[in-house]
Design a protein around this ligand. Structure first.
Ligand SMILES: [Zn+2]
Ligand SMILES: [Zn+2]
Length: 176
């Protein structure tokens, strides 16, 4: 199983503020968003669930990457940090009939799924595409991935300060 090494150390200052030392290398996004994913290695089963446990799923591969979208839509549905999974490695094991879909309205392409009991954002778990974004918040435990980019920075509210070194894009990531 892949485990992320901490790439920077967090230093808690006496004043209560936090410093990052040993700054990690910025990982470049070399491929266009949502396409031609470099898929993860085989691993022990990863499990995930909504807040109330009605919806449960399993993954047989580590997702290919993790990114955070700061657009108002992702922010409001509560799924800003997403990982990208291959459909064949993903299986809903419980609660499929309790999943509601918020249909995308033009110009948005991506439908969003929720647990209809507790409202947890799940990403696009009912997608019929070969790969789709899954809300990172519903994965149980650590999957050894770190956030690798921020997109739609132009829509980021001022109250949110980015504290990692991941690459930032005004809109969708572009080829490096
Ligand atoms: Zn739920
Ligand atoms: Zn978004």
């Amino acid at each position: 199983m892949a485990v992320a090494k901490p790439s920077s150390q967090v230093l808690l200052n006496p004043s209560g503020s936090v410093s990052f030392i040993d700054v990690p290398q910025i990982r470049e996004i070399k491929k266009p968003f949502y396409s031609d994913l470099n898929l993860g290695e085989e691993i022990a089963m990863i499990k995930g669930s909504c807040c109330c446990g009605t919806v449960q799923f399993e993954l047989t591969e580590v997702p290919s990457m993790m990114g955070t979208c700061h657009c108002s839509r992702c922010r409001k549905v509560g799924a800003s940090t997403l990982v990208f999974v291959k459909s064949e490695s993903f299986q809903i094991t419980q609660g499929r009939d309790q999943i509601s879909i918020y249909k995308a309205e033009s110009p948005y392409k991506y439908d969003r799924c929720f647990c209809s009991v507790c409202g947890s954002a799940l990403g696009e778990v009912l997608s019929e595409e070969d790969s789709f974004p899954l809300a990172a918040n519903c994965i149980d435990g650590d999957i050894g991935l770190e956030n690798s980019f921020h997109e739609f920075i132009a829509e980021k509210p001022n109250w949110l300060k980015i504290g990692d070194m991941a690459k930032q894009f005004d809109q969708h990531p572009t080829k490096a």
